[in-house]
Design a protein around this ligand. Structure first.
Ligand code: NDP
Length: 455
């Protein structure tokens, strides 16, 4: 047997790569990992964590307004963007340090630099060349921008987290997770935000009631959401930008943030030379055990474009380590994955949308609730919470739960456990609610929703 430098070499120290390398080391493997940017990857360095800190920052604006009718005189409020960014960066540095410690403590050797495959067992990292029996690709994804004139004046979520100053006006392009989250962040921080989405309704792929409810709620918060709009050209005019839309409308703004999707980070990685199969989007094609078309090369996380979420990458990384080094073949379970959008208000969802459920099961029972949250009976804020449940009538199993409203992620996480173990509507109903809460709606929805007769 050939003698390699490592049993496992991981390219990319993000959520999936770090989990896989630590677990493989715990199983006794000699492990190396390389990272071209900062250890922690998208989630820790330029994604979930800094984004959520900014969501908290932004939300205070609503809280200050809401406080008045509870008797508080908040007085004049000011926001110091540079202070927020400095504090956020300090926390990201701390987390980056923790990740490096975790690797060190696990005995994983960290190499700084971009890893490029030279052959199926050899990786070049800067001027070093290392060999490994097994290679794991965990390089994640990167924002994509459409090829239109002036696109070099646009920023992505990466730059949005490091702006030197807050612009007065911003246009956010896109209608997915990142677009609605960043539109909410900047709107809360006092920026005049226009969100442009090319389709009819934001959050494609989510339940239609969720999409409609969120669009309505974010408009109420002051975001100027415009649908069926697309930019043809961006023109820099002195200190501002002119966005020329396809219908020739011109919008003047100070910054334009594109959140138009992400692509697997596989360019220049040497995967094609080694013969690793990739799909049209450049994602590594893997089997149920995260194994690529080259038997000793595996891939986990966003680079495989399966379900692009941090906790999923972590589970894929763990399953890979158990399979290859733990003597326990494990397929990552991609069923019943809950997810949230940290828009304001937030969205969280698990299971089938109504449309998916009808396509799969034919008839389904729908339960819906839309209400003014108790908190806002005093504040006067015109915000509604929407909750929806989808039940498969033959088995009575709850197969979809969706929510738009405060704390949606915190609520849906628990619901997802119930659904994972196959809870029925009757079991939801027999559960005692926590009163007063929004969450209790999920155990008190009695009336099936009946579509009003059309005319
Ligand atoms: P999404 O794919 O979710 O959304 C991209 C949006 O941009 C869509 O609305 C899409 O429109 C639009 N778009 C795509 N191309 C163009 C174009 N050329 N011109 C104009 N509009 C365009 O990507 P995101 O960037 O929002 O997020 C990437 C991934 O990151 C997601 O898949 C998600 O899994 C993950 N993520 C998860 C988060 C969470 O869990 N909270 C937070 C952030 C990201 P259309 O609908 O018409 O295709």
């Amino acid at each position: 047997m050939a003698e390699y430098d490592y049993d496992l070499f991981v390219i990319g120290a993000g959520s999936g790569g770090v989990r896989a390398s630590r677990m493989a080391a715990a199983h006794g493997a000699r492990v190396g990992i390389c990272e071209e940017s900062r250890v922690g990857g998208t989630c820790v360095i330029r994604g979930c964590i800094p984004k959520k800190l900014l969501v908290y920052a932004s939300h205070f604006a609503h809280d200050f307004e809401d406080a008045a009718e509870y008797g508080w005189s908040v007085g004049r409020t000011d926001h110091a963007w540079t202070k927020l960014i400095a504090n956020k960066d300090r926390e990201i540095d701390r987390l980056n340090g923790i990740y490096i410690h975790l690797l060190n403590n696990a005995g994983v050797e960290l190499l700084e630099g971009r890893g490029v495959l030279e052959d199926a067992h050899t990786v070049r990292v800067g001027d070093r060349t290392v060999t490994a029996e097994t290679i794991l690709i965990g390089v994640g994804g990167w924002p994509t921008l459409p090829d239109i004139p002036g696109i070099e004046h646009a920023i992505t979520s990466n730059e949005a987290l490091h702006l030197e100053e807050l612009p007065r006006r911003m246009v956010v392009v896109g209608g997915g997770y990142i677009a609605v989250e960043f539109a909410g962040i900047f709107n809360g921080l006092g920026v005049d935000v226009i969100e442009l989405y090319r389709g009819e309704q934001i959050l494609r792929g989510f339940d239609d009631d969720v999409r409609a409810a969120l669009a309505q709620e974010i408009r109420k918060t002051g975001i100027d959401l415009r649908v069926e709009c697309d930019i043809a050209e961006i023109v820099k005019k002195g200190h501002h930008l002119e966005l020329v839309l396809k219908d020739d409308t011109v919008i003047e703004t100070d910054a334009v943030l594109y959140a138009t999707g992400r692509a697997p980070n596989t360019k220049g990685l040497g995967l094609d030379t080694v013969g690793v199969e990739m799909n049209a989007k450049g994602a590594v094609v893997v089997d149920e055990y995260s194994r690529s078309s080259v038997p000793n090369i595996y891939a986990v996380g966003d680079v495989t474009d399966r379900v692009n979420l941090t906790p999923v990458a972590i589970k894929e990384g763990a399953a890979f380590a158990d399979t290859v080094f733990g003597n326990t073949p494990t397929k990552p379970d991609h069923s019943g994955i809950p997810s949230a959008v940290f828009s304001q208000p937030s969205v969280a969802t698990v299971g089938y949308t109504e449309a998916e459920a009808r396509a799969e099961y034919g008839e389904v029972d729908i339960y819906k609730s839309s209400f003014k949250p108790l908190k806002h009976t005093l504040t006067g804020r015109d915000e509604r919470t929407m909750m929806k449940m989808i039940v498969e009538p033959k088995s009575d199993r709850v197969i979809g739960c969706h929510m738009v409203g405060a704390d949606a992620a915190e609520i849906i996480q628990g619901v997802a456990i119930a659904m994972k173990v196959g809870a029925t509507k009757a079991q939801f109903d027999s559960t005692v609610g926590i009163h007063p809460s929004a969450a209790e709606e999920f155990v008190t929805m009695r009336e099936k929703f009946v579509e009003p007769d059309g005319d």
